[in-house]
Design a protein around this ligand. Structure first.
Ligand code: NAD
Ligand code: ZN
Ligand code: ZN
Length: 387
């Protein structure tokens, strides 16, 4: 079959590889009909999250069940499903306690309580390095889906792939960021990063009763997309002091909720880069600090942008003095996905309006280039594995 294979930092190519096969009784083999590139895939491409050997990447995908393992009860050949990006067994301590991303069974070699840089991660993720389980990903014509009775969800025939694909990751991720703040209605929500995840958090903020949603991003074309599809206020930090803007918009207090939908690879100054090199840090925590500054006292900061290393000078003082609640981590997709499918079905939300590019998987290297470098006004790329 054909697949997108990571070889080394900067090198993801369209290759011919072996077809996946059933390895455990609970597996299905999925024929992938649509797949997408996530901001998280860029961390592998950049080498920020290390992978030593070749790997099929991709954790946002959907398709049709092609082959069913002997232990699978809920799915049949021909079923059309979306697949959440975390791989969860459904019956361990964490799965039972609504924390599928911390599944104790899916990441056989690198699971542990440390949560460290080079070992002891949480549960497995599709196509996301050996540290996260070593499972092949879904930027491919076929993919093996373990624990098939637990994670995949059937999708209605009348909805197109584009309408439901983002239930695998970015809509539940944006939803998590907002749900973690337990809003009551009427809140001002400031969202840093207006990429795919930030755009989904904007949708979730409206759906959870925000009265004002402010999007912050240095890329004007992404702010334009946010204004057009989500009707939010936008702030470009290259033009306006975003923290001052948010404070002024809230009577000097700050936003009730701030979301970091950027992560450690935020835009950086030369000084930031030198400091990171000296401290053996990857990237920067400048967006976390901006969220701490922009949130009101006793407010909530949700961090869905990824951070992979420890950081010196973490603004603990600001967090303590203001009494900020922080919630962060990989999104527990399976906790939310059934509710979110209903929102799509009942047309309370539209997800496909963020797609800027539809490309054949054969152009995957180009697709990564434009998404990573923010060229051609790229916001979100959907790939067809059969072209
Ligand atoms: N927690 C999870 O489960 C989960 C799931 C999906 C993605 N993610 C992470 O979410 C983050 C965003 O993903 P994405 O797909 O939207 O990526 P993306 O790279 O397309 O978007 C990031 C956006 O942040 C903007 N940005 C850069 N520096 C900024 C700054 N200082 N202030 C405000 N905006 C800034 C960029 O211009 C860009 O538009 C990534 O770190 C990704 O790994 C996490
Ligand atoms: Zn992702
Ligand atoms: Zn589990």
């Amino acid at each position: 079959m054909k697949a997108a294979v990571f070889h080394k930092p900067g090198d993801i190519s369209y290759d011919t590889v072996e077809d996946p096969r059933i390895e455990d009784a609970g597996d299905v083999i999925l024929k992938v009909t649509s797949t997408a590139i996530c901001g998280s895939d860029l961390h592998i491409l950049d080498g920020g999250i290390p992978q030593a050997s070749d790997m099929i990447v991709g954790h946002e995908f959907m398709g049709i069940v092609e082959e069913v393992g002997p232990g699978v009860k809920r799915l049949n050949r021909g079923d059309r499903v979306v697949v959440p990006f975390p791989i969860a067994c459904g019956h361990c301590f964490f799965c039972i306690h609504n924390s599928p991303v911390n599944c104790e069974n899916s990441n056989h070699e690198h699971y542990g309580p440390n949560g460290d840089l080079l070992d002891q991660k949480g549960g497995a993720l599709f196509g996301y390095t050996d540290l996260y389980g070593g499972y092949s990903g879904g930027q491919a014509q076929y993919v093996r889906v373990p624990y098939a009775d637990v994670n995949p969800r059937l999708v209605p025939d009348n909805l197109t792939d584009d309408q439901v694909l983002f239930l695998t990751d970015i809509f539940p991720t944006g939803w998590s960021a907002i749900d973690w703040a337990q809003m009551k209605g009427g809140e001002t929500v400031a969202i840093f990063g207006s990429g795919p995840v930030g755009l989904m958090a904007q949708k979730a903020a409206w759906l959870n009763g925000a009265s004002r949603v402010i999007a912050v991003d240095p890329l004007e074309y992404r702010l334009e997309r946010a204004r057009t599809v989500n009707k939010v206020e936008t702030v470009n930090p290259h033009e306006v002091d975003a923290i001052e803007y948010i404070r002024q918009a809230t009577g000097g207090r700050g936003a009730d909720v701030c979301v970091d939908a950027v992560g450690f690879e935020a835009e950086r100054s030369f000084f930031d880069k030198v400091k990171a090199t000296i401290n053996f840090e990857k990237g920067t925590i400048k967006v976390i600090d901006a969220c701490f500054k922009a949130v009101r006292r006793n407010g909530t900061v949700s961090i869905v942008g990824v951070y992979g290393t420890p950081f010196d000078n973490f603004p603990l003082h600001r967090m303590f003095d203001k009494g900020i609640t922080i919630k962060q981590g990989q999104a527990p997709v399976t906790n939310y996905i059934d509710h979110l499918i209903e929102l799509v079905k009942s047309e309370k939300v539209v997800l496909n309006d963020i797609i800027s590019h539809r490309l054949p998987l054969s152009q995957v290297s180009h697709a990564y280039d434009i998404f990573k470098n923010k060229e051609e006004d790229c916001v979100k790329v959907v790939l067809n594995p059969w072209e």
